[in-house]
Design a protein around this ligand. Structure first.
Ligand SMILES: [Zn+2]
Length: 458
C-alpha cells in the first residue's frame, strides 16, 4: 500500500495516513444544507473529497464514505416562509438539485447519505448522554452545550475561549452561561418543524446533527472527517466537543479542510449574493473544465474564480481533447519505462497530501512528449491508456465517445485530403476507390465547388 501523507488540521501538520483499522476507512464529509443551489465554492469540497475517497480506493482501501444532508435548518425554514411553501418542499427540491449537480460534476454518490430529519432519535440519544454527564442546560429557547466544561475546547481551531471572547461580537443571550455555548436542541416556534423530546418539542441544532449521524453509521472513531475550512470553527470544534464529551474517544483521527474559492478576489458566498452556481456554469462549460479549475491549485490554497482562470481550464481541456483526437488508438505497450516514470511522479504528488495540480502537470508532460515523438505510436498508445486509467478518479479527459467521434472526423479529413491529391494528379482510380469503399461503409461523398463533403447514411 502506498504511503500517503495527509495534512491534519487537528495535529497542525502533515502526517502519514494510518486508519484505525488497517485497510478500512470511514470518511465523513459534511454535506449541504439544502436551501439553495450549490455554488462553485461549495463544489470544491465535494469534488475534492470525492477525489480523496477514490484515490484511497485506488490504493486498495475499503472506503465507506458518509455525507449527510442537512434538511432541517433555519435557512430552509426562512426560504420556505419567503416562498410561502412547506419547508419539506424546499428541502426536497434542493436535495434533488444537489444530487443532480453532483452527478453532472462526476462526483460519485456517498455510500451513506443520512438525512437529518431521519436521524433525530440518534441526536436525542446523544443529547441525553451529554445531559447525564452534566454538559447540558436548558434555557427558554432550547438546550445548550456548556463549552467551558469540555477541557479541550478549541483544540481543532487552536483558539482558546478567552481569546475568542476578547475578539468576538457574538450576540449575548442573557440566559446562556457562556456566549460560546451552542444549541443542541431548539424549541420550536409555531409552524416550525418539530419533534418530541425529553426537553420539549423542538428540532436539533446543526452541530449535533453531524455528530449523531456520523457516529450512528460508523460506530467508531472516524478515520477522516472533512469539510471546507469555514467549518473548522465553530462547526467542527463543536462537533468534537459534544461527540468527545459523550463518547470519551476521538471523533475523528484526521481532520481535512479545503480552502475557499474567491470570485474575482472577493469571498464567494450565498449570503453575500456573489455566488456562481454549478448549475449555471454547467450550461456553458463541460464538467471536466470545472474539475480542471478545481484541481488547478493544492486544495489547501485559495482559488480565485475569474474569467482568466476559466479560460485557462478550457485551454487545458482543449489540449487533452486535441491530443485524444490527434492520435488514433494504438496498441499500448504495458511496460513503457517512460510511462512508469511519469506514473511514479503522479503518485508522489498525490501521496504528498493530494497535490492534484502537480499530478495534472505530469499528465501534460506526457502529452507533450507524444507530440514531440509523433512517430512513436506505441508510446502514444501507452500514454492514452495510462491517462484513461487515471481519469477514473480525475474525470478531466474528454469522454471516450466524444474522443472517438473526434477521431472519426479527423480520419475523414485525412481520407478526403488523400482523395483530393489523387484527383489532382488525375489518379481517378484511387479517388473512386476511396469513394466506393466509403459508400460501402454508409458514408456518401459529394463533390461541391468548395471541395468534397460527406454524410453518414447509417
Ligand atoms: Zn458537519
Amino acid at each position: 500500500m502506498e504511503k500517503i501523507a495527509v495534512y491534519n488540521t487537528l495535529a497542525g501538520r502533515t502526517e502519514p495516513f494510518t486508519p484505525v483499522k488497517e485497510g478500512e476507512v470511514f470518511m465523513y464529509c459534511c454535506g449541504p444544507t439544502v436551501y439553495n443551489y450549490i455554488h462553485i465554492g461549495n463544489a470544491r469540497a465535494f469534488v475534492f473529497f470525492d477525489f480523496v475517497r477514490r484515490y484511497l480506493q485506488r490504493n486498495g482501501y475499503h472506503v465507506r464514505f458518509i455525507q449527510n444532508i442537512t434538511d432541517v435548518e433555519d435557512k430552509i425554514i426562512k426560504k420556505a416562509a419567503d416562498e410561502g411553501v412547506f419547508w419539506e418542499d424546499i428541502a426536497r427540491r434542493f436535495t434533488s438539485a444537489f444530487q443532480e449537480d453532483m452527478a453532472a460534476l462526476g462526483v460519485s454518490p456517498a455510500d451513506f447519505s443520512p438525512k437529518a430529519t431521519e436521524s433525530v432519535p440518534a441526536m436525542i440519544a446523544l443529547i441525553g448522554t451529554l445531559e447525564e454527564k452534566g454538559y447540558v442546560y436548558k434555557t427558554s429557547d432550547g438546550v445548550y452545550f456548556r463549552v467551558r466544561r469540555f477541557k479541550d475546547y478549541g483544540k481543532l481551531s487552536k483558539k482558546s475561549l478567552d481569546d475568542l471572547k476578547a475578539g468576538s461580537r457574538i450576540s449575548v443571550n442573557e440566559e446562556k452561561e457562556d456566549p460560546f455555548d451552542f444549541a443542541l436542541w431548539k424549541f420550536s416556534k409555531p409552524d416550525e418543524p418539530s419533534w418530541e423530546s425529553p426537553w420539549g418539542k423542538g428540532r436539533p441544532g446543526w452541530h449535533i446533527e453531524c455528530s449523531a449521524m456520523s457516529r450512528s453509521i460508523s460506530g467508531r472513531t472516524l478515520d477522516i472527517h472533512a469539510g471546507g475550512e469555514d467549518l473548522v470553527f465553530p462547526h467542527h470544534e463543536n462537533e468534537i466537543a459534544q461527540s468527545e464529551a459523550a463518547l470519551e474517544e476521538p471523533l475523528a483521527r484526521v481532520w481535512m479542510h479545503n480552502a475557499y474559492v474567491n470570485l474575482n478576489g472577493a469571498k464567494m458566498s450565498k449570503s453575500l449574493g456573489n455566488d456562481i452556481t454549478v448549475r449555471a456554469l454547467l450550461k456553458d462549460h463541460p464538467p471536466q473544465v470545472l474539475r480542471l479549475f478545481l484541481f488547478s491549485a493544492h486544495y489547501r490554497k485559495l482559488l480565485d474564480f475569474n474569467a482568466e482562470a476559466l479560460e485557462e481550464s478550457h485551454a487545458k481541456y482543449e489540449r487533452f481533447s486535441n491530443y485524444f483526437h490527434s492520435f488514433k488508438d494504438e496498441k499500448e505497450i504495458p511496460d513503457s519505462p517512460l510511462v512508469q516514470a511519469w506514473d511514479l511522479r503522479v503518485r508522489r504528488f498525490l501521496n504528498d497530501d493530494f497535490n492534484t495540480s502537480g499530478a495534472i502537470g505530469v499528465f501534460f508532460e506526457a502529452v507533450s512528449a507524444c507530440y514531440k515523438d509523433k512517430e512513436n505510436a506505441p508510446l502514444c498508445g501507452a500514454v492514452k491508456a495510462w491517462l484513461r486509467s487515471w481519469d477514473e478518479i480525475f474525470f478531466i479527459l474528454p469522454n471516450e465517445d466524444t474522443a472517438t467521434s473526434g477521431s472519426f472526423e479527423a480520419l475523414m479529413e485525412i481520407l478526403l485530403e488523400l482523395r483530393q491529391k489523387a484527383r489532382s494528379r488525375k489518379d481517378y482510380e484511387t479517388a473512386d476507390l476511396i469513394r466506393d469503399r466509403l459508400q460501402d461503409l454508409g458514408i456518401i461523398l459529394e463533390d461541391t465547388p468548395k471541395g468534397a463533403r460527406y454524410k453518414k447514411c447509417r
